[in-house]
Design a protein around this ligand. Structure first.
Ligand code: ZN
Ligand code: ZN
Length: 356
């Protein structure tokens, strides 16, 4: 099997790149196993280095076999990079143009002069789009744990409890049961707050006859999961029930369509057309889904602009939603891995409307 590093070196060759500087934490982890911060990877055709300061030397040695660990920081780190590139004849050097700060870029550019710094335009992160079975396994574990968390929190949802209390209880449960952290801050949005797709939990108390949307994810070995369920506390208004079933059907249509060879645009269209046909097109203002891996939001996108063609090994969320200002919202989100024949759903929590 081609290693992550082999994939990067192949991209380097295709783009006539002699060396790569990596400073984004997820990319560093992907290519070296390093989980610390404040480090650079320097990758050349024949050699590779991890450059960090005193605090991380032992950690880097333990986590990054195959890397030569260099103790240097700031200007010294750049001097090391320049010297190493010059010694190996490396002239064109990739950097991560979407994450390197302007200051770092300016400093590195000045220090490396006259070597050529070339923006990578996302190439360094590109191999991450196709997950290996081992990566999928980590995401699967994270998704399973989130399923457990959903079951747990259902018992906790009752009138008078605040959104913040629900988010806290869920976070405690997930972490206690093995999640390394949260993939992102938990969304627990009840009543009209549910109309905000990325609502922050408030001190609003839950009331009968409302919906509550829970969007959350775990982290296992650095890999995220992402799921959303919307449940009702007591009998909700007819309109929200209707909306729930439209969203559920939209998700089903998208899932039925999902397989290798289709584009993110086509997948998105299945759900969007259904929602549109029921007159709620203006209330589904985000894309159908996104890739999930070391980052909770990464390539590919399932959206009207998601041109990437799906391939086995891609992990994507499928999350249509309808948001009605002043009334509430519904979102249902699963996480799937694309397989040779279709997909494998990593989320198994039930999706019929639960009325607590
Ligand atoms: Zn989510
Ligand atoms: Zn999501």
């Amino acid at each position: 099997m081609t290693s992550n590093l082999d994939k990067l070196r192949q991209l380097m060759e295709e783009n006539a790149i002699d060396a790569v500087i990596i400073s984004e934490d997820r990319n560093k982890r992907y290519y070296s196993g390093y989980t610390g911060t404040d480090a650079y990877l320097l990758i050349l055709a024949e050699s590779r280095f991890l450059i960090t300061d005193f605090r991380y030397i032992e950690q880097a040695k333990a986590q990054c076999p195959g890397y030569e660990i260099i103790e240097a920081f700031g200007q010294k780190a750049y001097e090391f990079i320049k010297q190493t590139c010059e010694e190996t004849g490396a002239k064109r050097i990739w950097f991560e143009d979407d994450t390197l700060t302007f200051k770092e870029y300016t400093d590195i550019k000045a220090a490396l002069d006259p070597l050529e710094l070339v923006p990578d335009s996302g190439s360094i992160a590109k191999p991450r789009i196709l997950k290996t079975p081992k990566e999928v396994n980590n995401i699967r574990k994270a998704a399973k744990l989130a399923d457990k968390g959903f079951l747990h929190i259902l018992d906790f949802i009752r009138p008078g409890v605040t959104e913040r209390e629900i988010a806290l209880e869920l976070e405690f449960f997930l972490r206690e049961n093995g999640s390394e952290g949260l993939a992102f801050p938990i969304i627990a949005a009840s009543g009209p707050n549910g109309a905000l797709p990325h609502a922050e939990p408030t001190d609003d108390k839950l009331e009968y006859g409302t919906l509550i949307t829970l969007d959350f994810g775990c982290v296992v070995n650095g890999y995220c999961s992402d799921m959303t369920r919307t449940v009702a506390l007591g009998e909700p208004p007819e309109k929200l029930k209707e909306v729930y079933h439209i969203v559920l059907e939209a998700q089903k249509r998208a899932l039925d369509f999902l397989k290798p060879g289709i584009s993110g645009i086509e997948a998105d269209k299945q759900a969007r057309d259904h929602i549109f046909s029921h007159g709620y097109g203006d209330y589904f203002g985000h894309g159908l889904g996104h890739g999930v891996g070391l980052n909770v939001h990464e390539a590919p996108r399932l959206s009207p602009r998601g041109e990437t063609i799906l391939e086995p090994g891609m992990v994507v969320s499928v999350e249509p939603g309808i948001y009605l200002p002043g009334l509430g919202g519904v979102r249902i989100e699963d996480l799937v891995v694309i397989t040779e024949n279709g997909f494998d759903n990593l989320v198994s929590s039930r999706k019929d409307l639960i009325i607590l």
